[in-house]
Design a protein around this ligand. Sequence first.
Ligand SMILES: O=C(CO)[C@@H](O)[C@H](O)COP(=O)(O)O
Ligand SMILES: [Fe+2]
Length: 227
Amino acid sequence: MAQINPSILSADFARLAEEAKAVEGADWLHVDVMDNHFVPNLTLGVPVVEALGRATDTPLDCHLMIEDADRWAPQYVEAGAGSVTFHVEAAAAPVRLAREIRAKGARASMALKPATPVEPYEDLLPELDMLLIMTVEPGFGGQSFLDIMLPKIRRTRELIRKHGLELWLQVDGGVSATTIERCAEAGADVFVAGSAVYGAGDPAEAVRGLRAQADAATAAASWACGH
Ligand SMILES: O=C(CO)[C@@H](O)[C@H](O)COP(=O)(O)O
Ligand SMILES: [Fe+2]
């Protein structure tokens, strides 16, 4: 089944606990950590992740858009994240870092900016629990989905099949009722949605609607039915 991860970046930061509770029923709560260096925006850090963990039973999916990921990512596992995503562009030793995240008890995930190809990392994929393909330039919510990322999603799904991996394939940026079916058809199975969830009148209902769309598109997709 498709997983839908609402991005807290699009929520009201003055009411973070309520906003986290508003999407209970989602698979994960996506938490965008930005340091104003790796991306030109500054959001939140370890203390807020710890507080979110106390505010909701939904597991936390931390997307670190920060420099020096090798140094900081393990702290997000200690803060309670169930999944920690670092950007390969910001990691000096991605294999060592993925192993450290797993050893500390979280799922290890690696993200690729739009201009970063997946092929150089083919041999690293078994070290990961999830690969995140950015479908916008990281830094801000509410941007338009980059259709030019669909071939990369397809090629990654093919690599997962070729190696027989249990790797989740996440997409993040501009995912909405208009674009989620394209992502699912191409091979994504974990969908981050910020403005499409928190901009809706009923965020929990938006999650259910996106999941139904993604499930239907996946069921019809060649990658999922083996032909
Ligand atoms: O990581 C990021 C942005 O850098 C995302 O998680 C956005 O927060 C998603 O927001 P929408 O594009 O869905 O509004
Ligand atoms: Fe994100």
